[in-house]
Unconditional design. Structure first.
Length: 160
């Protein structure tokens, strides 16, 4: 049984899960900035950064013992509502946590009056792409702030 809890961005459980995500993304993407113009690297770092002031809520997926299995944040990005930082622990994948997090993220966006929800992932995250396609998301052009520094991004939208 998975439950979803709305928490603050700085909730220690969410912070820990995001740190795990950073480790996993480093393994997948490595030092992709080797030999890159430092201004491009800095621009990508800014694009990936999450300003806590833009966060509507963070969501945690918890198991029956209350242990955190996954995380996603819902934030304002200009006039849009965007999902950021979806992570489900490897041992918990395939058990519905990501689907539950996406569904609650959609509910939060509806409560905010959004007509659609957007998200960005990368080309080395095929499991994420498959999840989004399976759950009704549609590919859209890469949007800012990712277009300039991460052309390998895959972006998605879902009408609410």
């Amino acid at each position: 049984m998975i439950t979803i809890e709305r928490v603050a961005w700085d909730d220690p459980r969410g912070v820990g899960l995001r740190a795990r995500m950073d480790e996993e993304m480093h393994e997948r993407y490595g030092a992709s900035n080797a030999g890159e113009d430092p201004s491009v690297t800095a621009a990508r770092d800014r694009a990936l950064a999450v300003d806590p002031a833009t966060i509507i809520t963070s969501l945690l997926a918890l198991d029956e013992d209350g242990e955190p299995l996954g995380h996603i944040a819902v934030r304002r990005l200009r006039d849009e509502v965007e999902l950021k930082r979806l992570i489900v622990l490897a041992a918990a994948r395939g058990k519905g946590a990501a689907t539950a997090l996406l569904a609650e993220g959609e509910q939060v966006a509806r409560e905010q009056g959004a007509e659609r929800l957007i998200l960005q992932t990368g080309d080395k995250q095929p499991e994420a792409v498959a999840l989004y396609e399976k759950t009704g998301w549609t590919r859209i052009p890469v949007y800012e702030p990712y277009a300039a520094t991460m052309p390998w991004s895959f972006c998605f939208a879902k009408a609410l």
